[in-house]
Design a protein around this ligand. Structure first.
Ligand SMILES: *Cc1c(COP(=O)(O)O)cnc(C)c1O
Length: 361
């Protein structure tokens, strides 16, 4: 008999459910379930990825200076405050590992991203869920939930799966009201989709208790490559670098991401297409009696009259080869999250939902 037992909290972690990617018996499937870029990576990123192959006998850079400097240049940031990780998931993980232990609390919001809870439990901490105000982050509720055990507060802005965001004034009010041992994490996975928004970068430079996480998985179309980054006060970067594996990012990941971030024309095209089709998708569904909050991201959260309606619509879409995301696990059982695809995908999803509504009537 062995007594091999994982650390407390680990067995409370429910396995992450990814977006579905295939339907049995259907060939022409469109995947609108994981908020991926419908146009794929930039052609320059693909070229850099292929070119990296010849150098794969060498170990990669450990300080990521070329990629950090490209990010700093393109976003107008200080490269000394940037850390790169295997997706922003790894940055979230580093933050929990570095700042959270048994007895510590980590706040996430009612419809917050699943990774916050997973990484908190993995670190032995206690996740604390705070209500939102009709699918919007509620700063007062978060402040009321803080105590002397609160270590981290995670907010995705814009949030997934609600697609809503709060303004810089509210974020500043939150950061200013936190207890001294608490750190605010602004997850900016969708920040590129918001016009004139720095993801909170200026706030990080002005304060000591705010961190921003960013990703190459959404606008930059590199979800399969796994590259993300964090922007934080220098003292926090110094902490996180101590637990980061020296070779956490491969040469291919570093060189491909660098080419992607430098291709600002490609990002501008993706931004414009997303904005255009997002508005059409939302307004067409609204006309069918399926409303959504104004989206600031690359997906919409469609609200159905009931959970049965949402599930029936999802089943119908699946039968048509269209994959969207059920979000009952995010306490939104009457909703479906639909990624904004390219023009033809948006038209196809609207047509399929229209058929569903006609059949139901
Ligand atoms: C997609 C997403 C991310 C990205 O995670 P990666 O590990 O960088 O792929 C982070 N946060 C939120 C809220 C997301 O929706």
């Amino acid at each position: 008999m062995t007594r091999i037992t994982p650390q407390p909290g680990i067995m409370d972690i429910a396995l992450y459910q990814g977006g579905a990617s295939h339907v049995d018996g259907v060939v022409d499937v469109i995947k609108l379930s994981s908020n991926e870029n419908p146009f794929g990576p930039s052609p320059k990123a693909i070229a850099a990825c292929q070119a990296s192959a010849a150098g794969l006998h060498r170990y990669p850079s450990t300080d990521h200076s070329a990629l950090r400097s490209a990010i700093a240049e393109v976003y107008g940031l200080d490269m000394k405050r940037i850390i790169c990780g295997v997706g922003s998931d790894e940055i979230i993980h580093f933050l929990c590992q570095a700042y959270v232990g048994q007895g510590d609390e980590v706040i996430h919001t009612e419809h917050g991203f699943a990774m916050y809870r997973i990484s908190t439990l993995a670190a032995g901490g206690t996740p604390v869920e705070v209500p939102e105000d009709t699918r919007r982050v509620d700063v007062d509720a978060i402040l009321a939930a803080c105590n002397d055990r609160t270590k981290l507060i995670f907010i995705a802005n814009p949030n997934n799966p609600t697609a809503t965001m709060i303004g810089l004034e509210e974020i500043t009010r939150l950061a200013s009201g936190l207890p001294p041992q608490a750190l605010l994490i602004l997850d900016g996975a969708y920040a590129e989709y918001v016009p004139d928004y720095d993801g909170g970068a200026a706030l990080i430079e002005a304060r000591e208790n705010v961190v921003m996480t960013r990703t190459f998985s959404k606008m930059h179309g590199l979800g399969g490559l796994r590259v993300g980054w964090g922007y934080a006060p220098k003292a926090i970067i110094d902490v996180l670098n101590r637990i980061r594996g020296p070779f956490n990012l491969s040469t291919t990941a570093l060189e491909t991401a660098e080419a992607a971030v430098r291709d600002t024309d490609y990002a501008a095209m993706c931004f414009a297409e997303n904005a255009k089709w997002r508005e059409r998708l939302a307004s067409e569904l609204d006309k069918l009696g399926i409303p959504s909050d104004k989206s600031e991201a690359n997906f919409i959260l469609a609200r159905f009259p009931s959970e049965a309606d949402a599930n029936a619509c999802d089943d119908h879409l699946k039968s048509q080869g269209i994959l969207v995301r059920r979000v009952a696990g995010y306490k939104l059982p009457t909703c479906l999250r639909i990624t904004v695809g390219d023009g033809p995908s948006c038209q196809r999803v609207v047509a399929a939902i229209k058929t569903f509504c006609e059949q139901a009537a």
